[in-house]
Design a protein around this ligand. Structure first.
Ligand code: C5P
Length: 241
């Protein structure tokens, strides 16, 4: 597998620690994810810092609001130079369409490629039982993921964030070219933590994930670089990709 499929989640409360991890993974990991914690602590500078180092940034702020507000947030996110931006697909078709339009307009204005836009389906920390209980539904979680993926595609998004357990169904519904980004990835030796719908990195890649997101197993390791290397090697050992 190419290293370009691994996205390392920088869930830190300060830019210095994030920077340290990025430099430990220098020349080896291309994509980094900045989420609510780091972005709230360090702001757009966090994205700019890593973009200036030549890294690709997934800005994982999971927007979910009325269409006008999300459109504005997506335009601002595109301006930071982020390469990938996401929003909750449950925000609805209109919200996602407004986001696409805003990203197109901002990309044109700045003369940059439009960032990849992803819909978040159902968080990987939620299992079947809590999904049915919290959403007061008898619907199967995977059917809801497939439904939200189809809605995201209809709105014009480039792909979705889903668990590795739903890759097959999303592929069936949305086809080969629709991007699938999967958190909920855990090597066998790593703690699951709050993740519920998980698979190993090699299982996720073999099932057809375009990108896998891994945070704590790498960032919390004594040697993040060696750990990332081991994960990528394990994937190569188990697949032809
Ligand atoms: O540390 P861990 O590998 O669990 O990190 C996974 C990352 O993926 C976290 O930054 C989390 O915010 C993100 N995530 C996500 N969508 C999900 C589940 C986790 O973007 N459904």
């Amino acid at each position: 597998m190419s290293n370009g499929k691994l996205i390392v989640a920088l869930d830190f409360d300060n830019l210095h620690s994030a920077n340290q991890t990025v430099s430990q993974l220098r020349g080896f990991v291309e994509w980094f994810k900045i989420g609510g914690q780091l972005f709230t602590a360090a702001g757009p500078t966090s994205v700019e810092t890593f973009r200036n180092l030549g890294k690709k940034v997934f800005l994982d702020l999971k927007f979910h609001d009325i269409p006008n507000t999300v459109a504005g947030a997506v335009a601002a996110a595109a301006k930071t130079g982020a390469n990938m931006i996401n929003m909750h697909a449950s925000g609805g078709l209109e919200m996602m369409r407004a986001a696409c339009e805003a990203a197109d307009m901002q990309a044109d204005a700045l003369e940059i490629p439009r960032p990849l836009l992803l819909g978040v389906t159902i968080l990987t920390s939620i299992d079947e039982r809590s999904f049915q209980r919290d959403f007061d539904t008898k619907r199967k979680l995977r059917d809801q993921v497939a439904y939200l993926a189809e809605l995201s595609q209809q709105a014009g998004l480039d792909g979705v964030v889903a668990s590795p357990l739903e890759i097959e169904i999303v592929r069936r519904v949305c086809g080969e070219r629709f991007l699938i980004v999967t958190p909920g990835v855990r090597p066998r030796w790593a703690a699951a933590g709050d993740q519920r719908r998980i698979r190993t990195p090699s299982e996720a890649i073999e099932a057809g994930a375009d990108y896998i997101v891994i945070g704590r197993p790498i960032t919390g390791a004594d040697n993040p670089r060696e750990t990332a290397e081991n994960i990528l090697q394990e994937i190569r050992d188990h697949s032809d990709l």
